[in-house]
Design a protein around this ligand. Structure first.
Ligand SMILES: C[S@@+](CC[C@H](N)C(=O)[O-])C[C@H]1O[C@@H](n2cnc3c(N)ncnc32)[C@H](O)[C@@H]1O
Length: 203
């Protein structure tokens, strides 16, 4: 009996210490949102959707264009912890890029998320290899140019996801035309929170 209680106590202690070690993502995500005065970050629902999409597709080589302060990167990083993958996120603004790197560190995801500071048009050609998941969330009028740049480096079976395709669709008509009429893409538009995301599968 005493032995059994000892075992249970040890198990409880282990559980408590594991919980204490795990970074509190929800608290950190809430803090990033609260500090996001320019409302740049994706909605919580869209963050959850990105996490689910990466986990369910088993994506491992992820590129984010437009990282801001790291809200979406942390949602994606949580899924990549499960898939064994990595994310490169590019942010133009040096102040935001510094916040992004700090938030990734607080989230305990520095081994998964690499922050690149600079203009993605210049930084993407310097990255090695192909991608199996791309999340585009930079300035909306650049979407078509980014799509054309990244499409050749997207794996067959890979996903290209773009944000704000519902609430800012007027700023990216050319991009939406391109992904919806593309001969080797299946594209659908989802709207977990009203901002909207196009999800395109390369066949
Ligand atoms: C809507 S915010 C991204 C929000 C972020 N995905 C999130 O949910 O936390 C857009 C970001 O893209 C960055 N950006 C715009 N054009 C860029 C470019 N050409 N290269 C890199 N970053 C860019 C902006 O500085 C801005 O921080």
């Amino acid at each position: 009996m005493i032995k059994r209680w000892g075992f249970l106590a040890a198990l409880m202690l282990m559980t408590v210490s594991t919980a204490a070690q795990a970074p509190d993502h929800s608290k950190l995500l809430g803090q990033i949102k609260a500090a996001d005065k320019g409302q740049l970050a994706v909605s919580e629902e869209d963050g959850r959707f990105l996490r689910l999409l990466i986990a369910s597709s088993g994506s491992r080589r992820v590129l984010e264009i437009g990282g801001a302060s790291g809200y979406s990167a942390i949602w994606m990083g949580m899924a990549l912890r499960d898939t064994g993958g990595r994310l490169v996120t590019i942010e133009y603004d040096p102040v935001r890029a510094k916040e992004l790197a700090g938030n990734v560190q607080k989230a305990g995801l520095s081994d998964i998320v690499q922050v690149v500071t600079g203009d993605a048009f210049q930084q993407i050609p310097k990255l090695q290899g192909s991608f199996d998941f791309v999340f585009l969330d930079a300035w909306k009028r650049d979407y078509k140019k980014f799509f054309e740049m990244v499409y050749p480096r997207l794996d067959k079976g890979g996903l290209f996801v773009a944000h704000n395709v519902v609430n800012k669709r007027d700023e990216m008509g050319d991009f939406l035309d391109a992904v919806q009429k593309h001969p080797t893409l299946w594209t659908t538009i989802v709207s977990p929170s009203g901002e909207g995301m196009s999800v395109s599968l390369k066949r």
